[in-house]
Design a protein around this ligand. Structure first.
Ligand SMILES: [Zn+2]
Ligand SMILES: [Zn+2]
Length: 243
């Protein structure tokens, strides 16, 4: 077994152990401040090092967003992180954006993101960028149409973020679908966060693929008016401003 596989197996075990704790009680006072005023650029990160820091998350998208819905989120890093780690996180957010685009079949994406160092006030809280996958790995609290996602680590696989965004916005789904997977491949990101397909899984189930009961695309279509299958195509750019 490769170390990558072993790592994924370990994550699966951790996630399974934590599933009962992850989404308990979805009430919270924090009001989402979605759309946190994009700053028009120019803050902070002009060090000349660029964002290609070797984190392996790939280049930013160049696709046409067309009529897709955009989400502008503030990502608060609770620790005081190094510039290198902030750039890793910026790349990770771009990777999450590709997953949201794929999962919604080209109908939603992360547009202007603000990554704030040493803060606990955001739509997405990242406890420690290079932190371990702890228990619980992530959570989503919703109230009054807003949501706040907490990630234990910026190393959380893409489907972990998509699962939480499913609860907060994509469905939004207020119940779990942990058993919506099969033996050879994942079916739905609302199933195990770290599914059998490893890093990068991005699909939500529909009536033809669901092996549990939620049939996620039914709700996604009625909430957002999306087509299924949607237009697809290459993911549009996700802009991350580090503060
Ligand atoms: Zn599903
Ligand atoms: Zn399902």
């Amino acid at each position: 077994m490769s170390t990558t596989k072993a790592f994924h197996r370990l994550l699966i075990v951790i996630v399974v152990l934590s599933l009962t704790l992850v989404f308990a009680g979805c009430s919270k006072k924090h009001k989402s401040s979605r759309g946190a005023a994009s700053t028009g650029g120019g803050t902070g990160s002009g060090t000349g090092t660029g964002t290609g820091t070797g984190s392996g998350t790939g280049p930013n998208g160049t696709g046409d967003p067309g009529g897709a819905k955009s989400l502008d989120l503030t990502w608060a890093v609770q620790e005081t992180a190094s510039q290198a780690d902030l750039e890793y996180m910026a790349d990770k957010i771009k990777f999450y954006n590709e997953g949201l685009w794929e999962g919604t079949e080209g109908q939603a994406y992360l547009k202007d993101q603000t990554l704030v160092n040493g803060s606990s006030d955001g739509n997405v809280i990242v406890r420690v960028i290079k932190g371990p996958i702890s228990n619980p790995p992530a959570a989503c609290k919703t109230s009054g149409g807003g949501f706040q996602i907490t990630l234990c680590s910026g190393q959380l696989p893409r489907q972990g973020f998509l699962h939480e965004l499913g609860h907060g916005w994509v469905g939004p789904f207020y119940s779990e679908e942990y058993n919506c997977l099969n033996a050879s491949e994942g079916v739905c990101v609302m199933a195990m966060m770290v599914g059998l397909s490893g890093e990068g899984y991005s699909k939500w189930c529909d009536p033809t693929t669901c092996v549990e009961s939620q049939q996620c695309w039914n709700l996604m279509q009625s909430t957002h008016g999306w087509a299924h299958p949607g237009p697809g195509g290459a993911a549009p750019a996700c802009n991350v401003t580090i503060q």
